[in-house]
Design a protein. Structure first.
Ligand code: NAD
Length: 255
């Protein structure tokens, strides 16, 4: 079994040589920023039933409850969350000319806060609001939250601009993500359980088109054995730090 150092070295060398690398991130990359994932240890779904609160039909049936339990809970977490070494590592790979795009399933805005410039928010964003009826967008700062769900001027109500279970992914974003997956040379897959489709299929597309897949996750996932070229079983922050350091070494000719 190869050592972690040699796996990191393989990962870094593939990044340093790649003309086009992209990343797919999930809730795990934000765990070190204090935002719990959905599944696994400390996951949100152990505390609340996703079908009761995270499905579009739940929002349509009972918007006040979904707002109170799910949306306000996430908003509280996001208020103080800052990017961690995992987000910063991807931003540094972009600055080193390695990483082109981050495709994230996260809705927390932390990649942009870290300075990543091309971020595809596959499941939308919790950082802005949108009217369920007229589609008008609004910012959290300008909306009063003493009445839930907050009303829109059109008579409808506002909700975070996220993709809930039962809602489609934006077609343009899906097509761009699939195209990037099909044409990248390296894909870093960081902190995702790889169980939510269609995001979970992006590494499969990349692999079938010849990409080198670097997976970072403390736990094995459905990708680990058959799809990942290198699986780094550890937390995003520490693993990204080591990869970036080694990539910088290769780029500067030190290694
Ligand atoms: P998930 O909850 O299904 O899986 C999280 C994964 O992260 C697990 O495989 C876990 O082992 C791994 N993980 C835990 N700690 C980690 C760490 N320190 N470093 C790296 N990995 C770690 O999340 P998912 O695969 O992204 O899919 C579920 C959905 O969750 C997504 O659609 C996303 O919209 C939503 N979500 C987003 C946030 C966020 O925006 N931060 C938070 C929770 C859930």
């Amino acid at each position: 079994m190869p050592s972690l150092s040699s796996l990191i070295d393989q990962a870094a060398l593939s990044c340093a040589k790649a003309r086009k690398a992209i990343a797919l991130t999930g809730a795990g990359i934000s765990v070190e920023s204090g935002i719990p994932p959905f599944r696994g240890k400390g996951g949100l779904w152990a505390k609340i039933d996703p079908m009761k609160y995270a499905h579009i039909e739940a929002l349509e049936r009972n918007p006040a409850d979904v707002w109170r339990v799910l949306f306000m809970g996430i908003a509280d977490l996001l208020k103080t969350a800052e990017p961690n070494a995992g987000h910063m590592g991807l931003q540094r790979l972009e600055r080193l000319g390695v990483l082109q795009t981050v495709i994230t399933q996260n809705v927390d805005g932390l990649h942009q806060k870290a300075g990543s410039r091309d971020v595809i928010e596959f499941h939308g964003t919790h950082t802005t609001l949108r009217c369920m009826s007229c589609g008008q967008r609004a910012s959290w700062q300008t909306v009063r939250l003493d009445v839930l769900p907050p009303p829109c001027a059109c008579g409808g109500f506002l909700r975070p601009d996220v993709v809930m279970f039962g809602e489609p992914i934006n077609v343009a974003l899906l097509q761009r993500a699939q195209m990037l997956a099909a044409t990248c040379e390296v894909m870093l897959v960081v902190g995702t359980s790889a169980t939510v489709e269609p995001a979970a299929y992006l590494p499969v597309i990349a692999k079938h088109n010849g990409a080198f897949i670097i997976e970072i996750n403390p736990e094995p996932t459905p990708l680990t054995d058959d799809i990942s070229s290198v699986a780094l079983l550890g937390p995003a922050g520490a693993m990204m730090d080591r990869i970036v350091q080694a990539v910088a070494g290769y780029k500067e000719g030190r290694l």
